[in-house]
Design a protein around this ligand. Structure first.
Ligand code: BGC
Length: 476
């Protein structure tokens, strides 16, 4: 029995690993342009300041594409399934990366980056959803956090590979950027091949009336046939009403609440200021007094490395400590780090303390909001509105990302450096109050139980209560 359980767990872990390569692509493709940008500018005879709009478009095309991709993904994942969506994303990744690498001009490069964004959007929607539907509830939080680990690994690998190609082709910048944006087609091919081997989501199969297939998948990935049958029964129960996200949204105020919560979680993830910290890490390091470009580059690699390592904290504790305490601790750390960075900039000193605060901020994010926004968003929506709810929250993530990174420089111009950081410190503090009021503890509760609580009209922060577990405890 024990062996069977371990066997099914290992199977699930391998399946989740393969699917989570999509997270790696998310990280790689969004970050790779950071290092490639200056060579692209040089090669196409542009100027960073004179052609600021073109350079801006080059950098943000992927975020723009991702916002659109995440909206299309809802439809795609419902119609064709999570697995096929990931396959389509993998194909777009491969194609987009190759077109980028061979772009004859900047226009095609920008278009190829926006095209790639579509795949990032689809992946960022379909992956956490698939993981939530495949993982047993006891390790669900860790599995979805693992997706964030892959995103952050992608960011780090992109920094490292950019540095490598910049060094290898230091005499020929016209080649280096092509390698930087093209080499990521290799992991994209691995993703495509890996996804061939993963099963379809049992929840999606059941929603299409393919009960037998759903049961076969569940029997493969759950310890006993009995567990599989019970889970299928629960899924069918929660699917009784047809998947009709928009109709449900119009008519059901409980569903509107969970959609609102998903948006709130992703808005809160982005207003931490994470992408500003990531995109502008070299500038922040410069503001802190490190003016040598190589110091700034190594500073960025350090930030990316900490981002990867700290995600382990979340993976290790999310299914034990629970979502709420981790989130509150993380936001406190981020508020503190932002406030001190503001102070250092204000008094005009920085040095290693500023770097330490940058690192502390990343630890706060990677250990909490980074993974947990995705974990919670894939847990809180009722089955019949899950596609719609996840579409809205994922699109919110990308749109907020776009707005915040676009406004950061104007914010600094209007408020000054220190005030901008303090503003973000305050935003992080406001999030703590919002988490306290609205975010549920979903640790160990089945998706079906969360749904029953929501639809009964329980307060949002209480929809994670596990009534079955409580009953069992009371009996014991
Ligand atoms: C966020 C991204 C961010 C990344 C950094 C993700 O969870 O959604 O916006 O760039 O984490 O680690």
């Amino acid at each position: 029995m024990m062996e069977k359980q371990q066997g099914s767990n290992i199977k699930v872990i391998i399946i989740c690993l393969l699917a989570a390569i999509a997270g790696l692509m998310f990280g790689l493709d969004t970050a790779v342009i950071g290092g490639a940008k200056q060579f692209v500018v040089e090669h196409f005879h542009l100027s960073m300041t004179g052609d600021a709009i073109i350079v801006g478009a080059l950098v943000s095309a992927i975020t723009f594409g991702a916002a659109i991709g995440s909206i299309l993904a809802g439809w795609l994942a419902a119609r064709l399934g999570r697995k096929t969506s990931l396959q389509i994303a993998a194909l777009i990744f491969i194609l987009g990366e190759l077109i980028s690498a061979f772009s004859p001009n900047i226009g095609i490069l920008i278009a190829a980056r926006a095209f790639l964004g579509l795949a990032v959007g689809v992946a960022s929607y379909a992956t956490p959803l698939y993981l939530a539907e495949i993982a047993p509830r006891k390790i669900r939080g860790s599995m979805i956090s693992f997706y964030q680990f892959m995103i952050t690994s992608g960011l780090l690998l992109a920094y490292l590979s950019d540095t490598y190609f910049a060094y290898i082709y230091r005499d020929d910048p016209s080649i280096s950027w092509r390698w930087m944006v093209g080499v990521v087609a290799i992991p994209a091919i691995v993703l495509f091949l890996g996804v061939l081997f993963i099963p379809r989501s049992p929840r999606w199969l059941a929603s299409k009336g393919r009960k037998e297939e759903a049961l076969t998948v569940l029997e493969e990935i759950r310890p006993t046939k009995g567990d599989a049958a019970v889970e299928l029964g629960n899924i069918e129960e929660s699917l009784k009403e047809r998947q009709n996200g928009w109709g449900l949204f119009k008519n059901n105020s409980n569903f509107r609440r969970s959609v609102g919560l998903g948006m709130l979680l992703q808005i809160m993830q982005q207003v931490t200021g994470i992408n500003i910290i990531l995109y502008f890490a070299p500038e922040i390091i410069k503001m802190a007094g490190f003016t040598d470009p190589s110091e700034q580059m190594w500073g960025s690699v350090l930030v990316a490395l900490v981002n990867v390592l700290a995600t382990f904290i979340a993976i290790a504790v999310v299914d034990r400590w629970g979502r709420r305490p981790i989130l509150i601790t993380g936001y406190l750390i981020m508020a503190f780090a932002m406030a001190i960075m503001g102070l250092l900039i204000y008094v005009g000193t920085g040095g290693y303390v500023a770097i330490a605060m940058l690192v502390l901020f990343i630890i706060g994010f990677a250990g909490s909001a980074g993974p947990l926004a995705w974990v919670l968003c894939s847990e809180i929506q009722p089955a019949k509105g899950r596609n719609f709810g996840a579409t809205i929250s994922t699109a919110t993530n990308w749109i907020m990302n776009l707005i915040l990174t676009f406004t950061f420089l104007s914010l600094i111009a209007a408020l000054g450096d220190a005030n901008t950081f303090w503003l973000y410190a305050v935003l992080n503090l406001i999030c703590i109050a919002l988490i306290w009021l609205y975010v549920p503890e979903t640790k160990g509760t089945s998706l079906e139980q969360i749904e029953r609580n929501l639809m009964k009209g329980k307060k949002l922060r209480d929809i994670g209560e596990d009534i079955d577990a409580e009953k069992a405890e009371a009996k014991a």
